[in-house]
Design a protein around this ligand. Sequence first.
Ligand code: ADP
Ligand code: MG
Length: 686
Amino acid sequence: KPRLIDDEEGGVLFLTASASSSSSGYGFASIEKQRQRLPVYKYRTAILYLVETHATTIVVGETGSGKTTQIPQYLKEAGWADGGRVIACTQPRRLAVQAVASRVAEEMGVKLGEEVGYTIRFEDATSTGTLIKFLTDGVLLREMMDDPLLTKYSVIMVDEAHERSISTDILLGLLKKIQRRRPELRLIISSATIEAKSMSAFFQTSRRRRGLQDAEPALAMEPAILSVEGRGFNVQIHYVEDPVSDYIQAAVSTVLLIHDKEPFGDILVFLTGQEDIEAAVKLLTEEARDNRKSSSGLIVLPLYSGLSRAEQELIFSPTPRGKRKVVISTNIAETSLTLEGVVYVIDSGFSKQRFYNPVSDIENLVVAPISKASARQRAGRAGRVRPGKCYRLYTEEYFVNEMATEGIPEIQRSNLVSCVIQLKALGIDNILGFDWPASPSPESMIRALEVLYSLGVLDDDAKLTAPLGFQVAEIPLDPMISKMILSSNQLGCSEEVLTIAAVLSIQSIWVSSRGIQKELDEAELRFAAAEGDLVTFLNVYKGFLQSGKSSQWCHKNYINYHAMKKVVDIREQLRRIAQRLGVTLKSCDKDMQVVRKAVTTGFFANACRLEPFTHNGMYKTVRTSQEVYIHPSSVLFRVNPKWIVYHSIVSTDRQYMRNVATIEPSWLREVAPHFYRQDGPDPMLH
Ligand code: ADP
Ligand code: MG
């Protein structure tokens, strides 16, 4: 009988004990056999029955049990995609959308983009014949703008609900509304953790209250909950005795230790983001060069969003005999993706998380401690194929006494500007009264309303303005960037501004800086513009086009070729959207003043002024007087112009502004008179 014993007991975590080892072989069986071996297969009939008879079915099952890849196929086999209907499955992460869609296409023996397709922002791989569609929850929200009742879908599976991403939460609230109008629509909420109870409560109460029952009497309105018994093996937990100061170094040493002492089996390392992952990859690769013996047979692979398709495929390819794969990943491998063959997990105890403070009105990505729930999920990844081991790079005392039990839903730690405008565009006027799975704070909501009002997107009654508000909502970008694009029309610099918007949509156009900071700085100088990073992007883009989009040119200039190709692609899509909204394509040639002005129309709320007397590069935000500094990677680092606007903030020891542009202070009042006044020499808040 499967049981869950607390990890505090003897340091051993029994995830479940139901596994029969005979079914653990992998890699050789036919795809059909593999499918039948998945834990979810035993529940095929039950799942189909529940979906048939219940408006909402909640499926809880351990990661790797087959929820994502199998349930949509079962639904299709049972006829839910007949008659032109489509089965949707949402994921919070783009990379997961692509990976699971390609896996399901492979299992069904069809070409990706035909019967099985996927859509992520700026990339649509579906056709009219698509029966199963994987998409991000954000994309499904966007689809509601054209089709508010999502009429083409027969079943919508909201996957990874335990992640509580901001879009998942908005989506759940809206789907509940849609169900009232479309009782035939079936929802499946799937989750890797038992938190399903609160989900169930969310779908229960108000529906009963609203008497949906009458619409389709045979349909049960109470959500059904199905728990899929996993087949995980025991995972032994090891803690460090003393806190580690450098988790990258500690992770690398642990990899080498495992490789030296432990029998075969792949290693999965959880770090936080591209930078520390690349750093660890580099350290391990250097080790391989300097010390053949300790690292021979290691294949080291990074895993984070923004990897190319080829790099993604390596992650999933079987480990060659006699080798040991080490995948160094963000928390995407925590529950979204399953890697076969992992026997050892190394958990840094951290992940990158979004935090928003409505008082300072600053949102940033910070490396923060994970919750106990995450730590358990990470450990569980070691028990896929046989009993495994998890090495936690923190002390047991810390785990027991200091780690939070669960994470905070993203909606309670995010800037809500995008969320508010989307709900408004869908005709939800009373946003505070919206039926949230977890309510956002009123302060954050007010901040968002203020910004949208100043952008001219909302009117005095907090309704979308016409045409600007509707146009901004139409563009799948942060409203500040959308506004910048739309105002570039009158300013005559749409060509330039579209490029800037495209570059801001990807993580970075530069190659990773680890160990080559000097070379990278020199390369950046070749393109650097006195007007700041956003204008610098224009120089890089121009150079890339002039080189004939050459990868060699990128290599020589420390520019990420894949990123630039994406920029070109995204820019093309943004150009089409902008033209549809009436923006005329026009270049301002060398007149960067108008470009900066367009930037200001979008980013005025992020204006900062250099503190005159501190002489250490400290700025203060005009809005909330927060201390901020220009990020060392910026071309304006150490230049410190008096007035700037920033695109985003990252915080480490200080709050650093990334992607900044110089502005004239007088523009602030000019572009946002509701926001700024100017009585004396400097603009101030009203
Ligand atoms: P869940 O959603 O319950 O976490 P999945 O449906 O994602 O589980 O995965 C089920 C199984 O399918 C995994 O255990 C793995 O064996 C296999 N699988 C999933 N994705 C891939 C892939 N891209 N390549 C190879 N195998 C995969
Ligand atoms: Mg899944």
